[in-house]
Design a protein around this ligand. Sequence first.
Ligand code: COI
Length: 387
Amino acid sequence: MISRRACFRNLIQSLRTGSTASKLRSSNCYTSRTAPSLQPVVELSPDSDDEYADVDWDNLGFSLRPTDYMYITKCSGGDSFEEGHLSRYGNIELSPSAGVLNYGQGLFEGTKAYRRENGRLCLFRPDQNAIRMQAGAERMCMPSPSIHQFVEAVKQTAFANKRWIPPPGKGSLYIRPLLMGSGPVLGLGPAPECTFLIYASPVGNYFKEGLAPLNLFIDDEYHRATRGGAGGVKTITNYSPVLKALTRAKSRGFSDVLYLDSVYKKNIEEVSSCNVFIVKDNVISTPATGGTILEGVTRKSIVDIALDHGYQVKEQCIPVEEVMEADEVFCTGTAVGVAAVGSITYQGKRVEYKMGDQCVSQELFSTYMGIQKGDIEDKKGWILEID
Ligand code: COI
């Protein structure tokens, strides 16, 4: 076991060799000093020189395993965030009248760090999360970190928590950037201070089914988003309203809920936790984004891969009847990855879909994973090495 000081020195040395060095405030990057209004108060893990944290890597689900460090910075007035820093992962302090607590002024993102067979640590398109956070911040009246600051912060968080990045093929380190109105408000309005925070947790499969096909339920009572609302950005307020439909569907044995548009109640939109695609006669379709559907990073990547593979891809309205007649259905998302759908139930009728190795979704998933693992050349510059 090396000392905390030596561990710190090693980290700084490693970061100096990469572009993250300039962004680290070496004076406090490994202490518990933080912004005055957000003090981490709990120290959860001792420093360790071990390559891996003590985790049962074969049984990772999608639940929180606190890691060593989180990143934090804030913006009080103006548009720029202070230079951020890493601090021990722990609880944060918020005013009871913080905008995020009272009016839901908050956004989140999700991206993953992977460990390749050759030991290299990689991120997948974190710039896309940065761009999406900027769009969301604009919608939610918050300043946002620059793309550079966002990506550097993600890199720092992943690197500082690298012992929590699972061995190759066992999962990934899920990285959760948050942007929130942390300053106090009473009357409705944007908070005077915003906080950008990133934490991470090692994860395996999102669904308890593992890699088995999903059984979705189409809910025609609850909707996820409305026209003119904020369904197209990753605001925290898009997620708890679906809990009612989701818990009800899960209690009936379904994996997740597929929502319909709230105007006509006839076109599919997305699943609680991911985007959706259908395949019919080798043509791939996914609901067009138009303010009610999240522009998923995995969604966008799969569309690009499908076009490269020569498929026709349509982004359009998809009536529920077409879904019930599709050959294949699959879901995409950072947390979910690419997941085949085995069945959909709508108004008491259950249809089953083609599954297995010959499916379009499998073909696209193999390429997507191949690029991440380094087995397929990354011609698009999607992979960012962090070490
Ligand atoms: C993600 O895929 O990263 C998400 O944010 C979905 C969330 C419900 C886990």
